[in-house]
Write a protein that binds this ligand. Structure first.
Ligand code: FES
Length: 107
């Protein structure tokens, strides 16, 4: 069982019975709009998530994420939703740069 709680999007919760999908696939599969300018190919960083809890429940950084870390474009507490495969429960927040204009965020 995997679970995502989005802290600054009304504590929205997404659950799924099978692990292995990436965070973006899971969010979109549950009808949650999430920025993904490159279409989920690891080429833009607009799908960033801030991981508040449960980073150990995400698969290790992908090569794309490691590259962005080296360039200083992905902080230690951030992952790319299109790259990070989820294996358990996580609590995340949407960074300011990745907020969509038609959604209402808290904080
Ligand atoms: S959607 Fe572009 S890096 Fe994730």
């Amino acid at each position: 069982m995997v679970k995502i709680i989005i802290e600054n999007l009304g504590q929205k919760e997404v659950t799924a019975s099978a692990p292995g999908r990436n965070v973006l696939q899971l969010l979109h599969g549950h009808g949650i709009d999430w920025m993904h300018a490159c279409g989920g190919k690891g080429r833009c960083t607009t799908c960033k998530i801030i991981v508040l809890e449960g980073s150990e429940n995400l698969a290790p950084l992908t090569i794309a994420e490691m590259g962005y870390r080296k360039q200083g474009l992905l902080n230690a507490n951030e992952r790319l939703a299109c790259q990070a495969r989820i294996q358990g429960s996580i609590r995340v927040a949407v960074p300011d740069d990745s907020k969509l204009p038609h959604l209402k965020y808290s904080g």
